[in-house]
Design a protein around this ligand. Sequence first.
Ligand SMILES: *Cc1c(COP(=O)(O)O)cnc(C)c1O
Length: 358
Amino acid sequence: MAILDLQRSTNPTSDEQRAAALADPGFGRYYTDHMVLANYTEGSGWENPRIVPTTNFSLHPAASVLHYGQEIFEGLKAYRHDDDSIWLFRPERNAMRFVGSALRLQMAPLPEEIFLDSIMELVDAERAWVPENTGEQSLYIRPFQIADEPYLGVREAHKYLYAVLATPAGAYYPDPVKLWITPNYTRAAKGGTGTAKCGGNYAASLAAAAEAQDHGCGQVLYTDGAEHKWLEECGTMNFMMITRDDELLTPALGTILEGVTRDSILHLAAEHGLTPIQRPISIDELRDGLDSGYVTEAFACGTAAVITPIVGFNSPERGEETVGDGQPGARTQTLRQHLLDIQYGRAADRHGWLRRVG
Ligand SMILES: *Cc1c(COP(=O)(O)O)cnc(C)c1O
């Protein structure tokens, strides 16, 4: 049953234009004809969740998001199965995390039902935009929330705007990457915003990403803010490594972002003969493990790329270090394929992770 009002676009993309877009969607190049909006006003709460034609926003220049950065977002995907049914993967985890991010930024939390209903209904209305299930294509969904109250004082806003965009994402094969262990930057500190998915964390990561590029690395591996000793995660993905003892090791929660992909892989580990372990991992443990061969594989994980194999590290203290033989690990690739097979309906969904749209 539809809950959101739907205002149809009077100028939707033609079937030919959409077919051309879906033939080579890239990422973030095309947007569906419709988006979700909902408004929060202190005293009235969340109102008027609706689906409207995708168009520009109009914001007062004093909107507090533009000055003090109250902004949070999520990222998830809709997958088309062989029988043309369309599915989301654990969207309730994103709904919960969106609430957590809002609370950390002192923003009004969006009720989880509105988050879930709005995404289900947007994807249902835009079914034609969900690409064929060849080559890991999907419809990427971007919910976000901003403080749109015009007010220049520093305090939490009394008005918020929630919106959801959807953009077809093309075939994506992650290139293996080397990670730069930055001595200069941190992503998060105890008590900071590391556990929230907020735009500011990403703004702060760009300088470190540029530093990584300068050192021949595709991504950053951050260590903790206090000692630069404990491994945390990459800028947009969680970090994992596999040991000779069949352990799947990943840094414990605390200051890292709790990824849905991370949690899913920890749940799948046992089926792959791996013991999932979440605990503090020091940079020395990683380095000694690379030298001794104790660490056999490493990868980063997140919704966008699922799993990106890590084939090496670079840092000022130790220079270049290689993981195993410098090729993507076999178990890394098997785990990746398993998760994709669940998402695309080719493997049993034993954990009840998929939610059917429509
Ligand atoms: C989004 C994100 C992840 C991955 O989360 P998923 O839910 O798996 O997509 C990991 N780290 C950071 C910093 C993130 O922003």
